[in-house]
Design a protein around this ligand. Structure first.
Ligand code: AMP
Ligand code: TRP
Length: 324
């Protein structure tokens, strides 16, 4: 039997290069070899969203991005988290096997509690339990994610171990699967690329928007004058060049070090390389977005397929926990 793979992505906006390079490119690569299930996690988004009027549209935009990036509904299951309500049932039951102290020390919980002190909701502290429920509902073993999610996966493994010890072997311990670019720094050159910091480039951005964003990016801070030699190893733009201009990356490094290449020229060339790389994806995206009936069908069929698996797991879980 093929190994089961699961991952989730929050519908906080459109997919950006950080999501793509850190996780989504693996979603696509893994669907040929494994039994893959991917989910737009709208319930998770509610832990931080107060204004939810854009949520439904964002779920759809994200679906379109995932399809455009190369997910094929004939090869993988692609669905929306809230369309499979069994996950909330499993979330509740796993909650009984998760010590509160484990959740209170999760770094992302502490961070979020600081960012939204007026909204430290119960869902926020339960976030990793819901994430564990997502994964183990399908008994997934591998989870393609960016580096930032590894602490959550560590906790998922602890919850699984505890559940299996208490109720008998039920779930495999899920392991993270990283890409070669597990942490993409934003255009500010400082923090993780993310929509909330507005230091990102969306896959669906126009070529002009993309170029404008790249031109605004921070490069090697020690290079003040055009004639100063650069340090590619500390430059975020150079890291992106490694991915988007692999054929000339050595040349870029030596030209930067000898100051024969300036940052402005380097960014212009990177912007063009990103646009060239994303052109087929953007063309596919426009085609998919024009076919609303197809998107509806993918979403509906994905939920049906996921639900059929989820129901079986829930019977087993309830039996093991003494409910059935
Ligand atoms: P999120 O938008 O937080 O739901 O992230 C979806 C996926 O993209 C997760 O697997 C994240 O780990 C990954 N991801 C998000 N931002 C980045 C980044 N800047 N670098 C690498 N991976 C990322
Ligand atoms: N917490 C993940 C993020 O912020 C999203 C997520 C929810 C997820 N459920 C998951 C990732 C299950 C992997 C597996 O990106």
């Amino acid at each position: 039997m093929k190994k089961r793979v699961f991952s989730g992505i929050r519908p906080t906006g459109r997919i950006h290069l950080g999501n793509y390079l850190g996780a989504v490119q693996n979603y696509v690569a893994m669907q040929d070899e494994y039994d893959c299930i991917y989910c737009v996690v709208d319930i998770h988004a509610l832990t931080t969203l107060e204004d939810t009027h854009l949520l439904k549209d964002n779920v759809r935009e994200q679906m379109i991005d995932l399809l455009a990036a190369g997910l094929d509904p004939d090869k993988c299951i692609l669905f929306v988290q809230s369309h499979v309500p069994e996950v909330t049932e499993l979330f509740t039951l796993l909650g009984m096997a998760t010590p509160l102290s484990w959740l209170l020390r999760v770094p992302t919980f502490k961070e979020k509690a600081k960012q939204q002190p007026h909204n430290v909701n119960y869902g926020l502290v339960g976030y990793p339990v819901l994430m564990t429920a997502d994964i183990v509902l399908y008994k997934a073993e591998a989870v393609p994610v960016g580096e930032d999610q590894l602490p959550h996966l560590e906790l998922a493994r602890e919850i699984v171990r505890r559940f299996n010890d208490q109720f008998g072997p039920t779930f495999p311990e899920p392991k993270g699967k990283l890409t070669s670019f597990p942490m993409v720094v934003g255009l500010d050159g400082r923090d993780k690329m993310s929509k909330s910091l507005n230091n990102h480039i969306e896959l669906a951005a126009t070529p002009e928007e993309t170029m404008k964003k790249v031109m605004s990016a921070v490069t090697d801070p020690a290079r003040r004058l055009r004639s100063d030699p650069g340090h590619p190893e500390v430059c975020n733009i150079y890291k992106l060049q490694k991915h988007f201009s692999p054929a000339i990356v050595d040349e870029i490094a030596s030209e930067c070090q000898s100051a024969s290449r300036g940052c402005v020229d380097c960014k212009k060339q990177l912007g063009a390389a990103i646009n060239e790389y994303l052109a087929p994806l953007r063309a596919r995206r426009a085609e998919i977005a024009a076919d609303q009936a197809y998107i509806d069908k993918v979403i509906k069929e994905g939920a049906e397929k996921a639900r059929a698996i989820a129901r079986v797991t829930m019977v087993e879980v309830k039996q093991k926990m003494g409910l059935l």
